[in-house]
Design a protein around this ligand. Structure first.
Ligand SMILES: Nc1ncnc2c1ncn2[C@@H]1O[C@H](COP(=O)(O)OP(=O)(O)OP(=O)(O)O)[C@@H](O)[C@H]1O
Ligand SMILES: CCCC(=O)O
Length: 367
């Protein structure tokens, strides 16, 4: 039996799961209050806080860490690479810690897995990180030479739910076209064309709809004016765009359940913000339908926000003209991370090397 501990840091939570082969023995979403996260000046400073939360949970549930064969983290912002399972190594950890490819909670997945693996002399992996890049050449151009677009999205969950939803209608991922809207603390909406995500909004850098914590698209010139008018710095802007934008900036919360409660109690402004969220998500789904030239087998809604009954009802109503709308709330990331590690540990797939794969992709893109 192969036992894995899965570690999946999100913007508002750290999800952990314990698997024995393919069976999930334990699954816990450790939620973090916004003020707990905001007190840290940088993401890497959250490492001891998140490790402590995991260790507290492990101790409280009498889990023997020595019985675990591998620690598997959600992969973060580093050099673009093809999908697959990667061994966590020094080059990867250096890139993630430096933040030079961007800051995202998932950067801590490999870092925390590496901490446990080193402590217990076990292996650490990541699977389908957020930098999986399958763009078609036309998708890279932004209109601003030198500031080209990059593929950054909830790759792991988008691919896992697409495969799952298609399996239910006996279709293969590699032969289908689907639009997946991952609606979490951040929102990414991808066009999956015959097994490749050929375009997706990079919600982290400010593309697409606003999200619980994110601004989404804001006109470029207004951001330039804001920076100069407020004499602000890079870190402040990063926080405004990725942590305190969207629902937080309008309503002071990143929790859609609180927004729903405000609406129920008659708050008209909260209703406007909710309707605008639906409007912006639908606009992005429509864009990806254009990328797929209207040939869409299915629209899938997933992520934490997809638990919201009013949101899924409104989005289904607005997008059913494109294709059937299927809802898979939450995420399948934990299963997908385990499966990726199990495939390598059982020898059915080769583990990938970060340096080698990133260099090969960079070379292919230059051609
Ligand atoms: N039952 C529910 N009804 C409405 N909203 C919900 C419900 N459950 C969770 N949410 C909302 O889902 C959001 C969090 O989603 P999720 O857990 O996917 O985010 P995350 O994992 O922290 O970030 P990301 O998905 O961007 O990596 C929060 O805004 C939360 O309020
Ligand atoms: C980096 C994964 C996508 C997102 O959080 O916006």
């Amino acid at each position: 039996m192969i036992r894995t501990l899965i570690i999946n840091p999100g913007s508002t939570s750290t999800k952990i799961a314990l698997f024995a082969d393919n069976e999930c023995v334990l699954n816990q979403n450790i939620e973090h209050e916004n003020h707990e996260i905001l007190k840290f000046h940088s993401l890497v400073e959250q490492e001891p806080f998140r490790i402590q939360k995991i260790e507290e949970y492990i101790t409280a549930h009498n889990i023997d860490l020595n019985s675990i064969d591998a620690f598997v983290g959600r992969g973060g912002l580093m050099r673009p690479i093809p999908g697959g399972t990667y061994e966590v190594d020094t080059a990867m950890i250096e890139d993630l810690r430096s933040g030079k490819f961007g800051i995202h909670a998932s950067n801590l997945g490999a870092i925390i897995s590496d901490y446990f693996a080193k402590k217990l002399q076990k292996r650490a992996f990541i699977v389908d990180p957020v930098v999986v890049d399958e763009f078609e050449p036309v998708a890279y151009l932004s209109g601003f030479k030198g500031l080209e677009r990059r593929s950054v999205f909830h790759a792991l969950n988008q691919k896992a739910v697409a495969r799952e939803a298609l399996k239910n209608i006996n279709k293969k991922y590699a032969e289908s076209n689907v639009i997946v809207a991952h609606l979490g603390g951040g929102i990414s909406i991808g066009a999956h064309k015959r097994g490749k995500v050929v375009d997706v909004n990079n919600g982290l850098d400010g593309e697409g709809p606003f999200a619980p914590n994110r601004t989404g698209q804001v006109s470029a010139m207004s951001v330039v004016d804001y920076v100069f008018d407020h004499q602000t710095d890079r870190e402040t802007m990063r926080k405004l765009i990725t942590q305190t934008g969207g629902l937080v900036s309008y309503l002071g919360t990143n929790d859609l359940r609180e927004v729903e409660a405000k609406i129920t109690s008659g708050d008209k402004y909260a209703k406007l913000v909710f309707d605008s969220l639906v409007y912006q998500i639908s606009k992005e789904i429509g864009k990806q339908a254009a990328v797929l030239q209207g040939e869409v087998d299915m629209v899938i809604l997933t992520g934490g926000l997809a638990y919201s009954v009013p949101l899924k009802k409104a989005l289904t109503q607005k997008n059913k003209w494109i294709a059937d709308v299927v809802v898979i709330p939450g995420e399948m990331e934990m299963q997908a991370l385990n499966l990726g590690a199990q495939r390598v540990l059982t020898g059915t797939e080769d583990v990938k090397n970060y340096q080698k794969e990133s260099e090969a992709l960079a070379h292919a893109k230059r051609i």
